[in-house]
Design a protein around this ligand. Structure first.
Ligand code: KG4
Ligand code: ZN
Length: 365
């Protein structure tokens, strides 16, 4: 099973080819064109700028990827494209490109949920077969989710953020300190020199059976700190202590809740992904939480933690390989949920049927 993945849900134009062979999934080629520098001047992502970049990037990235992989389009079993959630206009570029390519190259196209891609990306890192059940922790710039994954398409939401995502909190706090977007990596760097106990920042929802997160209070606490100490960010020692204390508060809550989720469900494996998992303090805290609960930890390698297309292609390839029906992609859904079945036509299982339906679908339009 060989699948081309296309991911354009936010500010990365990403393409990849993965292959499932003898139950093992491997990355054949993986390219991410980051737009971070372009958006930095605005202090965050500007959707229109991202859209135009995707439009410019994809027609160059895909042929380059095929050359790198030494493959022809006829060697592909499917094209998997991010259907949502994400920025509508960014999703549309990847989606339209994938559908046009599918029609031109006679390859079936399926939509993949971006969050599902994150959820399974750690298995790809280890080239490990996906096994259920597990607790999934997705921590990115747009999402903070605790999931009880019971089987393919059977994901139960344990909790999520009620306001800012954890990565968003890193980025907003960084902005208060004049640190350019994305702030997470830089805050981690400053935190290395600081004392995590220097300031006692608030922790949200401390109850053991509450798996929701809230990070806006924490961000506000940092803002108040600067209002009281306006010159704090000019002092290296204060900055380091502040970053370390803020990071500690985020990491502490994430690790504690992940541990509580393991205890509540009896799951013996935590699978963690999303851009914030690049943070080493978080990885260490999660490993400790798992050890306390007799569970193992699976984390994606850094380049598969942040947005990429390998995770999109791999999710589709794994499903196709074990006979899980995929849905023909009809439209994007910027609010696509992980917890409701994907929209679209009746699901199909094999390539021939898939291709036939795609042709019927386009002939009908
Ligand atoms: O998964 P991702 O690439 O994009 C989304 O789907 O949102 O995550 C990006 C987020 C940003 O908020 C960034 O600040 C954060 O991940 N991030 C980090 C680190 N590296 C990236 N946060 C904390 N520590 C890091 N080392
Ligand atoms: Zn993401």
């Amino acid at each position: 099973m060989r699948v081309l993945g296309i991911e354009t849900s936010c500010d990365e134009s990403a393409v990849s080819i993965v292959e499932v062979q003898h139950g093992k999934t491997g990355v054949i080629a993986n390219v991410v064109s980051s737009q971070i520098r372009l958006h930095q001047q605005f202090g965050g992502i500007v959707p229109e700028v991202a859209t135009r970049e995707h439009l410019r990037n994809l027609p160059q990235l895909v042929p380059g990827l095929m050359t790198q992989a030494r493959l022809r389009f006829s060697d592909l079993d499917a094209i998997a494209v991010t259907q949502g959630p994400g920025l509508a206009t960014s999703l549309l570029i990847g989606f339209s490109y994938a559908r046009a390519l599918g029609l031109a190259a006679d390859v079936p196209v399926c939509g993949v949920n971006h969050l599902e891609g994150h959820l399974f990306s750690p298995f790809l890192t280890q080239s490990e077969k996906v096994e259920f059940p597990f607790i999934g922790l997705i921590v990115s710039g747009g999402h903070t989710l605790l999931v009880h994954a019971k089987g393919w398409n059977n994901y139960v939401k344990l909790g999520g953020t009620v306001d800012d995502a954890a990565g968003e909190a890193f980025d907003k706090v960084a902005r208060l300190m004049d640190i350019p977007y994305p702030g997470g990596p830089k805050i981690e760097q400053f935190a290395l020199e600081g004392n995590p106990e220097a300031y006692a920042f608030p922790r949200s929802f401390p109850q053991k059976d509450n798996f929701n997160f809230s990070f806006s209070g924490l961000k506000t606490a940092v803002r108040y700190f600067f209002e009281k100490n306006p010159h704090a960010h000019q002092d290296k020692g204060w900055t380091a202590d502040l970053c370390a204390s803020f990071q500690h508060a985020v990491v502490d809550v994430l690790a504690r809740k992940a541990g509580n989720a393991l205890a509540a469900t009896g799951c013996k494996r935590l699978v963690a992904s999303g851009g914030v998992l690049c943070n080493k303090a978080l990885r260490i805290a999660l490993a400790q939480a798992c050890a306390e609960h007799g569970a193992s930890l699976l984390v994606a390698e850094a380049k598969l933690c942040t947005d990429n297309a390998a995770m999109i292609a791999a999710t589709a390839a794994e499903k196709l390989a074990v006979g899980i029906p995929l849905t023909l992609a009809q439209d994007i859904d910027p609010n696509l949920s992980l917890f409701t079945p994907q929209r679209g036509q009746a699901p199909v299982k094999n390539k021939e049927k898939f291709t036939r339906q795609l042709k019927q679908q386009s002939a009908a339009k």
